[in-house]
Structure formats: C-alpha cells, structure tokens
Design a protein around this ligand. Structure first.
Ligand SMILES: CC(C)(COP(=O)(O)OP(=O)(O)OC[C@H]1O[C@@H](n2cnc3c(N)ncnc32)[C@H](O)[C@@H]1OP(=O)(O)O)[C@@H](O)C(=O)NCCC(=O)NCCS
Length: 420
C-alpha cells in the first residue's frame, strides 16, 4: 500500500478546478460530462464563502487523487448557536481507492476542526460503517410516511394557504425559518450562500405559504413526482415544512389533504417528535402503493426510518462547555474517551448551574466509551444506561450517577433539512 506520507492534503485553488471536476465526475456522476458538472457545481470558482475544498496531491506526480469540502455551518442545539464543520464531496480517484486516501483527508478535516476549536462536525454518509470507524456517530433517525391524501385531515385552516411570491416574500420566509430553526436541534442557521442554492428554481417544485392578516407563519416546499413504477402514482414529496403556530401546521396539512382529487400520495419527511402520524385517519401506508407486508400479525406498514446524518464531537471540551443542561443537583464525572484518530483522552467535568465545567482532576465515576458513543450521549440520541446495558460503555465507580447524566443530556435528537 502506498505510504500516506507521500501525499499532501492542501487547500484547493481555482487552477485545480479541472482536476476536481474530473474526480467528482468519476466518484458521483460518471455518466455526466465534466462541463456539465463544472457548470452545475462550481461555475468557475472552487471556493465560495463558507465552502473550502481540499485536494490530496501525490507528491511525486503533483496529481490530485482525492478531494473533499469543508463547510462552515452554524446549527441550533438546545437554544444555542453551535459552529459545525460540515464535510461534503469526499471523493477518491478510482485507481487509488482502498489505500487510505479518504481516511487521510478526514483526519485532515478533524485536525483542522480541533485547531479551530470547532465543537462538532456533520456529514451525510455513503455508508455509516465507514465513518463509524473514524469515530462518527449516527444521530438522526429521519421519519418518513407515504400516506394517502384521503388519510389527511381537511383542516379549515387550509383556506389561509397561498402560493408563495418569492420576489416579495423571501425575507419573511427566511425569518420564519430562522425562528423555527432556533427552536429545534440540528437545524442549520442558514447563511446567504445556503439560501441562494435553496431558492434556485427546480422543475416540479412549488412553495406555498400560510398567512394570517398578511403575516407569514409557515410554508411548505412541495415536489411533484411519480412514485412506484410501473404503477406511476401521482405524488407530492414534502421537501421542507415550517410552521410557527399550530394553525399554520393545520393549514399545511389541510392544504395537502385538499389535493386529493389530483394527488394520490403525500410523502411526508419529518423528525420523530412531529405529531403527524397521530393526526391521520388511518395509521397505514397509502394502500394505492405496491403492497409490502409488515410481518407482524395484522399490523400494516406505516412509516419508515431513514439512517441519516452523522455528527462527531471534534473539540470535546469546547462542545461540552457550550452545551446547556437542565438545572439539577450538581455532579461530577470523568470520560475516558477512545478516539480512533486522536487516541485516548481523559477529561473530568462538573455538571452544575445549567452548564458543564472542565475540572483539573478526574472525579469518579469514570465512564469508558468511544468518541462515537459520547457524541450520541451528547446529542440525546441514546442514554448512558442503555449503553451500559449493551456493553458499549463501562463504568469504574458508582454507576448510579448515570441516571443524572441521562437526565442532564436529555434532548430532541438532531434533524436537518439541508443536504450537503
Ligand atoms: C468512499 C471513498 C471516498 C473511500 O475512499 P478510500 O480512499 O478508498 O477509503 P479508505 O481507503 O481511506 O478507507 C478507509 C478504511 O475504511 C474501511 N471501510 C470502507 N468501507 C467501510 C464500511 N462500510 N464499514 C467499515 N469500514 C469500511 C476500509 O476498508 C479502510 O480500512 P483499512 O484502512 O483498515 O483498510 C471512495 O470509495 C469514493 O470516492 N467513492 C465514491 C464517492 C463516494 O461515495 N463518496 C463518499 C461520500 S460520503
């Protein structure tokens, strides 16, 4: 295997564009032309505000054989704005795959995040297992329902839904997104460059808004589509929805229900806490779609879980110090963290006054766990008592404090509308 020391990962420049486009084509769209990819993804510029590309270059030949992107994000988590490094477009030249080039690039990103004291990193994996080996954690169970328009309630509030007029309503639309985002975990605080790509017209996509006395209180982004070939069922896929009030939420659902004469199926993607499944008249998948059994008595297929986003703690101390917790009796704990990139790290913390404080010593109990599992606990996706039960966590000392830790870190798991 070639020595990774013979490779350099460096910031990409505009003069690298043709190499980058070629790597992207071979990795993500081998049937497209380089010209089309350059046009769609880059125009003529490699780096944009908030987007920095890095190239892995062979020292001997000066050829780029791998590329990845660092994205400057801010996400909301427990009411705080948290800097996150997004990772996207990881691609390695086909003739250099399986030689640890991707690993080298991800290590490069991680070290950069640590140096900048960025608390968290995020990515959408092509395979979870690949990134788990590098310490990433699955944090986002996406829920999706394919239901009949007939199953949706015809709420009266639908009369306040209107087609959007983006020329005039874009500032208000951004504003209500921001308000909703700050009340959820994982939603990105969108910057101008993110809105620009969000607002680009897409064939078959429509945005409808909910308004009361001229005030925008919600919106829904619809994508018209045909599903379930060869049956070709007329469907609307919900790409994003935001409702600031219960009436806006009912307006959106009532509006979707009113499409029943034309549209057979609604594909509703959402986060686990959404009451959507409870509001339907039938708890089942749209029966028009192909039958697929559920293999459990008379129970019918209803929703699906998607394995989505991964997060990873980068700078553990900064992340914990920025994470608010509930006001509970104080306690102290030590984490002995196994990290496949940075090795072992032992950090003691005191949980008091709604915050987590780094302490000099290593108080008992000591929780021995991987960085992946610490990330899951931090996000509220799993509980330490469950990890103890599965053997994914070990405790040295009194394990009764785990209940307090679980209580302190209880949170809505992250969810994100943006792809990257
Ligand atoms: C995915 C891709 C970037 C991997 O690049 P690569 O340089 O071949 O990967 P690496 O050699 O660094 O692999 C690192 C390690 O992960 C292991 N691995 C790969 N897939 C794995 C999986 N699903 N589960 C566990 N381990 C896995 C490899 O065996 C290797 O382990 P080793 O070093 O102990 O042998 C490359 O195949 C590619 O460009 N694919 C097309 C584009 C793509 O899908 N990008 C990902 C976007 S998220």
């Amino acid at each position: 295997m070639p020595d990774p020391a013979s490779l350099t990962v460096r910031p990409a420049k505009d003069s690298d564009l043709s190499q980058i486009v070629n790597l992207d084509r071979l990795a993500f769209a081998p049937l497209q032309s380089n010209e089309a990819i350059q046009q769609q993804w880059y125009s003529n510029t490699v780096n944009l505000p908030g987007r920095k590309l890095f190239l892995a270059v062979e020292d001997e030949t000066a050829q780029g054989i791998g590329v990845y992107t660092q994205l400057d994000f801010t996400a909301f988590f427990e009411g705080q704005e948290v800097p996150i490094m997004g990772i996207g477009g990881v691609a390695v030249a086909p003739h250099r795959r399986g030689q640890r080039v991707a690993r080298l690039m991800l290590e490069h990103a991680l070290k950069a995040a640590r140096e900048q004291q960025i608390p968290l990193m995020a990515l959408y994996p092509f395979q979870h297992g690949f990134y788990r080996r590098l310490g990433w954690a699955w944090v986002e169970p996406v829920h999706q329902y394919r239901v009949s328009t007939q199953q949706l309630p015809l709420y009266q509030e639908r009369s306040r839904i209107f087609p959007s007029n983006l020329d005039q309503q874009t500032p208000a639309l951004k504003e209500i997104y921001s308000q909703a985002a700050s009340q959820h975990n994982g939603w990105l605080k969108r910057q101008d460059w993110q809105w620009q790509s969000w607002l680009k017209p897409v064939a078959g996509r429509e945005i409808y808004t909910y308004q009361e006395s001229g005030q925008l209180l919600g919106y829904v982004v619809l994508q018209f589509a045909m599903l379930d070939p060869p049956k070709n069922v007329q469907a609307v896929i919900i790409r994003e929805w935001v409702a600031l009030t219960p009436s806006a939420y009912r307006g959106i659902l009532g509006f979707l229900a009113s499409l029943r004469d034309q549209i057979s199926t609604i594909v509703w993607t959402t986060f686990p806490a959404d009451p959507f499944p409870h509001l339907l008249t039938e708890q089942r998948r749209d029966p028009t779609l192909s039958h697929s059994p559920f293999e459990f008595g008379l129970v019918r297929r209803f929703g699906e879980t998607g394995g989505g986003l991964m997060w990873r703690l980068a700078d553990v101390t900064t992340a914990l110090q920025r994470r608010p917790i509930g006001f509970h009796p104080a306690f102290a704990i030590t984490f002995q963290i196994r990290d496949p990139i940075f090795g072992q790290q032992i950090l003691g913390f005191e949980f008091r006054d709604g915050q987590i404080h780094l302490v000099e010593d290593h108080p008992y109990p000591i929780l021995k766990l991987s960085i992946e599992h610490l990330t899951q606990l931090f996000c509220g996706v799993r509980r330490s008592r469950d990890l103890l039960w599965t053997g994914e966590l070990e405790v040295e000392g009194d394990d009764s404090l785990l209940a307090q830790l679980d209580h302190a870190w209880q949170a809505e798991p992250p969810f994100c509308w943006d792809f990257f």
